[in-house]
Write a protein of this length. Structure first.
Length: 402
């Protein structure tokens, strides 16, 4: 009974935290037009600030992973909550591109990076047996999707009713609330020492082994494409909706639907990872994305099209995270998972930087996003294929699952 309570306490707390941090990240596209109207900075400048944020979110996760391993997950989560709140409160005060890069691109995304996948998965992996990690990661991941579903329409309603500044301040308050949500993740110094006791190579040696391992590098390549895809959509889907002559509420609803659809997608991916090769789960997910984008381009641009597209794309949206994290854990064990998975997230966010920034450049150059959609199809197809050569034992043959 205590074991069950501990399991659900850890995963529900982690899912709630990531619901807040990912919900506010995935809703940022709703602020692009209001910030542009208030500052006159232009879509390219705002897209560049958000693109910097995509990179920063990935870059800080290996660092915060190492800090969490050393000083505890709770302290890192508290620091992240404070950074998010400060950045959101400061955003209405800036009126330059540099200022926007600092508050939205650096401070906000660094704070969000301290309370997201690599940190939470690392904490969970240290405290759960191998056979429960895949489902736990899927459940936590679904929390991020629920946050996207719940936060986007609320943010849009506040923007319409009270203005974008009020919406920013509301998100700052929500970020500080994660300090309370993180209480079950506190660890004693003795528990941290026991979890980090030598059970494998030291970090420097593990990093050397990882980056000489073809399977790990292929994971990076596939996850790069995932980041490109997600950042392009979350930043520029509202602009695509506007180009089609549809109201902003269609964009907010679409972002919300993506999050809702990814709840069963994430939980399903975590569940399947207990029984199927994770590389094959990733292969089918990326392939399905390519087909979904191609179907969208051929369809009439109506609200129904966007909603159907959102359901289809949402099924795989963040569902790539559990099998990717699971493969890192299978390849190298849980000891340095926060750092090694954090590095794959850095590759993800390099793709995210390009997806957000190039989307703005594409719109500026051609007045639409057509070439970005073509690039998305090509990259998703490539991501599906690069997962096939990854070495992975079938769960039925893995002693840890036996």
């Amino acid at each position: 009974m205590n074991s069950a309570r501990t399991f659900w306490g850890l995963v529900i707390s982690s899912a709630a935290i990531i619901a807040v941090t990912m919900g506010m990240r995935q809703s940022i596209g709703l602020f692009v037009s209001p910030i542009n109207s208030a500052t006159g900075l232009g879509i390219v400048a705002i897209s560049f600030a958000l693109a910097i944020g995509q990179f920063v979110w990935g870059a800080v996760q290996p660092l915060f992973g190492m800090l969490a391993d050393r000083y505890g997950t709770y302290r890192v989560l508290v620091a992240g909550a404070v950074l998010i709140a400060v950045s959101l409160c400061a955003t209405p005060l800036v009126s330059s591109g540099i200022g926007l890069i600092l508050v939205l691109g650096v401070l906000r995304e660094a704070g969000a990076g301290a309370g997201t996948f690599a940190i939470l998965f690392g904490a969970i992996a240290r405290r759960l047996p191998p056979e429960r990690r895949s489902f736990a990661s899927g459940f936590i991941n679904a929390g991020g999707s629920f946050g996207q579903f719940a936060v986007a329409p609320v943010v849009q309603a506040i923007i319409i009713g009270s203005g974008w500044i009020t919406a920013m301040l509301a998100l700052a308050v929500a970020a500080l609330g994660t300090v309370i949500l993180a209480l079950p993740l506190r660890e004693t110094r003795a528990a941290r020492s026991a979890a980090s006791a030598p059970s494998g190579p030291p970090l420097a040696e593990q990093l050397r082994r990882a980056f000489s391992d073809r399977s790990y590098l292929l994971l990076h390549a596939g996850f790069f494409t995932c980041g490109f895809h997600l950042a392009f959509l979350i930043t520029h889907l509202p602009g695509e909706v506007s180009l089609c002559g549809l109201p902003a509420t269609v964009a907010a609803s679409s972002i919300s639907i993506i999050g809702l659809a990814n709840i069963p997608g994430s939980i399903g991916a975590g569940w399947l990872g207990q029984y199927q090769r994770m590389k094959m789960i990733l292969f089918w997910m990326y392939g399905f994305r390519a087909l979904t984008v191609a179907a969208y381009l051929l369809a009439p641009k109506t609200p129904l099209t966007f909603y159907v597209f959102s359901v289809a794309i949402g099924l795989t949206w963040l569902a790539t995270v559990p099998p990717t994290a699971g493969l890192v854990g299978k390849l190298f064990g849980p000891r340095h998972l926060a750092t090694l998975f954090g590095l794959t997230l850095l590759s993800h966010q390099i793709g995210g930087f390009l997806g957000a920034w190039l989307g703005g450049l594409s719109f500026e150059a051609s007045g639409n996003y057509l070439w970005m959609w073509y690039a998305d199809i090509a990259l998703a197809t490539a991501a599906a294929l690069v997962n096939l050569p990854i070495r992975e034992t079938h769960p039925r043959l893995d002693p840890a699952h036996g």
